[in-house]
Design a protein around this ligand. Structure first.
Ligand code: UN1
Length: 513
């Protein structure tokens, strides 16, 4: 069948048994609660997976600490070479892993494969980085003195990832953390355990082949108790968390409370602005992908659309045409563009939001209903929705909702659109469509978009790995993937070295008897 083909390609058939979901570097285990992986498309049960008990949690930490102690001594280029092999192993299974993402998470196959590609890309990036994680030499004011800034491995990095990118977000973190010389512990979303088991097996096999302790890429499947324990553990140097603002606030406080390092990738509530001179043949398909792609479940999904009055009718006509013919159904079928939401809670949240749009008197241009494509009555399907809320003052503009609902407003001046763009608590991704260089300058400048991602003639979602990825304000200010993100995965030492015969004080301070 459909599911067993995908599972057997990766050796994940449980044959009625339970798959171990905890990997410590010394084999697989976990005797805690069993979690079920469920297919969001068909509602079928895919497998049962074991989680870690609190006692096992502590032994995973112990094991990873031990693994870190040897791993940190391995030269960075050597770590890079091992990561290169991990990249090759992932590439060899890219399509079957992509299909597993599609099966377990629900995004369409091309996006599932794209997500694995994102992991491969960040591996390439980090392999290069393994020979260029450079410190600095700084001029000292004292004779015969030299100042160095030296990066060293940080320690244990915990990655708590979300269901919507069950492979790529771990990939971003693992690749950088690994070349930086850390042990990484992964706690995936409890509803996508199979993706994390498949990825960890691939990584573990390469580590084993290279004689590297697998404790540097540990897996701890589990619920919020495991997440909390990771945040509280003094041994976890940094927690990289991707998820909701609500949980992110707790994670941030907990980790900060013990002065650990924290990297947060939280809510996105992203807008696209379309100016009258925009090339609609590019803008319409991009907004369509931003709002409907991944069924609106990317942090970077387009949730708000600000149209200049001059082009609004034409834009909406074209967009409605696209929405009228969205192939909806099995994400594993290559022609499908809209798969299911990940779970029933998301369907409920969608339904509630659609009802709310009705209540406040929004004009619903398309969609608004829970859907059951034929043959998928147990799937979590909804209609992609375009709505024009009656005012800007409504709370619905301010929240991230992981569903394909696009709220539209019409503006007359760019300043107004930028003010709306910036008026929400979140600050992840933004996008403007224009040919006028003055609009571009304004949008990317000091009075422009306040987001971490500021795109021009490029949609909100689907960033490459090369630049740092992340958002400001309630998105959490974290930066992952490219750019300078790697600098967070090391501990920096400022080393002043005196090779002279004097020991002068800085700033000319005199302290002699
Ligand atoms: C996320 O939604 O958590 O830019 C990450 C993008 C992807 C990553 C999204 N490269 O849409």
């Amino acid at each position: 069948t459909r599911a067993s083909n995908v599972l057997s390609a990766l050796g994940l058939e449980s044959q009625g048994g339970v798959l171990p979901g905890v990997y410590t570097g010394r084999g697989w285990g976990g005797t805690g609660n069993v979690v079920a992986s469920k297919c969001p498309t068909t509602g079928e049960h895919l497998a049962d997976v074991t989680t870690a008990t609190p006692a096992e949690f502590h032994s995973v930490i112990e094991r990873s600490r031990e693994a870190f102690h040897s791993f940190r001594m391995l030269p960075a280029p050597r770590r890079g070479e091992i990561l290169r092999q991990i990249r090759e192993a992932l590439a060899a299974k890219r399509d079957s892993l992509g299909a597993l993402v599609s099966l377990e998470m629900g995004k369409i196959l091309s996006e599932g494969i794209g997500e694995v590609q994102e992991f491969i890309d960040i591996c390439d990036y980090a392999v290069g980085l393994s020979r260029m994680m450079n410190g600095q030499v700084i001029a000292s004011e004292r004779p015969g003195h030299t100042i160095l800034e030296v990066p060293n491995p940080l320690g244990l990095v915990a990655v708590i990832s979300a269901f919507n990118f069950p492979v790529a977000v771990y990939g971003w973190n693992l690749a950088l953390s690994f070349v930086a010389g850390n042990a990484t512990l992964w706690k995936p979303a409890p509803s996508t355990p199979l993706c994390s088991i498949a990825v960890t097996r691939i990584v573990a096999e390469v580590l084993e082949k290279n004689g590297v302790d697998g404790g540097v890429a540990a897996l701890i499947t589990g619920g919020h108790e495991v997440g909390e324990a990771l945040c509280e553990s003094e041994h976890v140097t940094m927690v990289s968390f991707t998820g909701s603002e609500h949980i992110g606030a707790k994670v941030g406080r907990k980790v900060q409370g013990r002065f650990g390092k924290v990297l947060l990738e939280l809510g996105g509530n992203n807008a696209s602005i379309v100016m009258p001179d925009a090339d609609l043949s590019l803008a319409v398909p991009s907004v369509f992908f931003g709002a409907v792609g991944t069924a609106g479940q990317r942090c970077t999904s387009t949730r708000r659309l600000y149209l200049h009055r001059e082009i609004a009718p034409r834009f909406l006509d074209a967009l409605k045409k696209a929405y009228a013919q969205i192939p909806t159904g099995d994400p594993l079928v290559s022609s499908t563009l809209l798969g299911p939401l990940h779970n029933q809670n998301a369907v409920k949240a969608y339904h509630k939001a659609a009802m709310h749009l009705h209540e406040v008197g929004a004009e619903i241009l398309v969609g608004g209903k829970v859907k059951h494509p034929s043959g998928f009555d147990q799937g979590n399907f909804v209609e992609a929705t375009i709505a024009i809320p009656p005012s800007q003052d409504l709370d619905l503009w301010k929240r991230e909702l992981f569903a394909p609902i696009l709220n539209v407003a019409i503006f007359d001046e760019l300043d107004q659109a930028i003010e709306w763009n910036n008026s929400v608590p979140q600050g992840l991704s933004s996008s403007i469509w224009t040919k006028d260089i003055r609009n571009i300058g304004k949008f990317i400048g000091p009075s422009g978009s306040d987001c971490g991602i500021v795109n021009v003639n490029v949609g909100n979602s689907g960033a490459e790995i090369g630049a740092a990825f992340g958002g400001n304000k309630r998105t959490g200010w974290g930066r992952e993937s490219g750019g300078d993100s790697w600098k967070q995965y090391v501990r920096w030492s400022a080393c002043t070295i005196n090779s002279s015969n004097e020991a002068p004080l800085a700033q000319g301070v005199n302290f002699s008897l």
